[in-house]
Unconditional design. Structure first.
Length: 373
């Protein structure tokens, strides 16, 4: 297992509860494919499915002797994860009437880059619209504007370093490929490139994937997985409730969005999601809590993060604009962008830290008490 590498369907990685297979599915799955994937996650894994902060779908608890069967089953369902370097597009790409430009052709061109990159190097191609990608960090960022494409490197949009503006999409792709070639040749991440100061890009209102979206064809409905995970059986039930959907797309923010819904299908989906314990309200307190896999799922974990998350969501007063981050160990895999109060398991015991915010003594004490419960 390479340090810092990411799991994939072809090369699942070990965790505390078995192997993890992670997939980028930018065009999403049909309801039938989602039901098939859920059944395969139960048969070959431990029945736990997650959507990551970047909108990848991952299945947990595979074993060396079952991972091949899982991959074969997905191939039989024609579930084909995106290949090449990780290039993220918004979950409503090509469907949002407010989108400035369709990012998918540019993303496809960047995925054809065939140089060797460090494992976590990633790109975003952001066409704009309701679910833009300003908060998603990336080594390379292409952002649509009314005058063409901006190319930037490093960080989330607010910290990115702009390297060029291109009226023509092909020129933006060429500039992006040149950045990837430079990262490949130097064997570094974008933060290590000497490209001048971080001027940043103008930030738009935060994008929340939970809710109803008017699309060019039908309705989109986003629901989030509570603390990023869902039982495969619940996912199968959700797939059954959206039989008329054109697709279900995983979305950044640990959510899934069903697209191409009628009004009636939208109502059915919301009712099913609520029954299944998914997050249907953008104001739900669970959206302010980010938890890594934690114990028992992750072998490195020193805290049962998701159990703690369930006990604390909506029951502690957080500083304005901050999220509660529960990290099972000091690696902080799930560290959210922006201000956060973090409860972290360490070999010396639980600790509370503030990132971009201060932590009131009473809040810190409550978190430590919960960690020791
Ligand atoms: S932060 Fe630590 S405990 Fe949590 S998933 Fe990452 S390695 Fe595991």
């Amino acid at each position: 297992m390479r340090r810092g590498a990411c799991p994939s369907l072809a090369a699942p990685m070990a965790s505390g509860d078995g192997l993890i297979a992670r997939m980028a599915l930018p065009e999403g799955l049909s309801p039938g494919q989602l039901a098939g994937l859920a059944a395969a996650a139960t048969r070959y894994g431990n029945g736990l499915v997650e959507v990551t902060a970047r909108g990848s779908l991952q299945v947990r608890g595979l074993r060396p002797e079952t991972a091949g069967g899982f991959a074969d089953t997905l191939a039989g369902l024609r579930i084909l994860p995106a290949e090449g370097p990780p290039v993220l597009t918004g979950p409503l790409a090509g469907l949002d009437p407010e989108e400035i430009a369709d990012p998918r052709p540019l993303a496809a061109a960047l995925r054809r880059f065939d140089g060797v990159l460090l494992p976590k190097v990633s790109a975003v191609v952001d066409g704009g619209g309701a679910l833009h990608l300003d908060a998603v960090p990336a080594d390379l960022r292409l952002r649509a504007t009314p005058k063409g494409w901006v190319v930037a490197v490093g960080g989330a949009a607010a910290a990115a370093r702009v390297i060029g503006r291109y009226p023509v999409a092909e020129d933006a792709v060429a500039a992006g490929l040149a950045v990837l070639a430079r990262l490949s040749a130097a064997g570094v991440r974008a933060r290590d490139l000497d490209i001048g100061p971080a001027a940043g890009l103008p930030m738009r209102d935060p994008a929340c994937p939970v809710g109803r979206f008017a699309l060019v064809d039908g309705i989109g409905r986003g629901v989030a997985l509570a603390f990023g995970k869902v039982e495969a059986t619940a996912l199968a039930a959700l797939a059954g409730a959206v039989e008329g959907a054109a697709a279900i797309r995983p979305a950044p923010g640990r959510a899934v969005i069903a697209v191409g819904l009628s009004d009636a299908a939208d109502r059915r989906l919301v009712a099913a999601a609520e029954r299944l314990g998914l997050v249907t309200d953008p104001g739900d307190a669970r959206l302010r809590v980010v938890a890594c896999a934690g114990a028992p799922a992750c072998g490195a974990a020193l805290l049962p993060t998701r159990a703690i998350a369930g006990r604390l969501a909506g029951r502690v007063a957080l500083p304005a604009g901050a999220r509660l981050h529960l990290s099972g160990c000091p690696k902080r895999c799930a560290q959210p962008a922006g201000p956060a109060v973090t409860l972290v398991g360490t070999p010396g015991g639980p600790m509370v830290t503030g990132e971009g915010t201060t932590v009131a003594a009473a809040l810190g004490a409550r978190l430590l008490e919960e960690a020791r419960a």
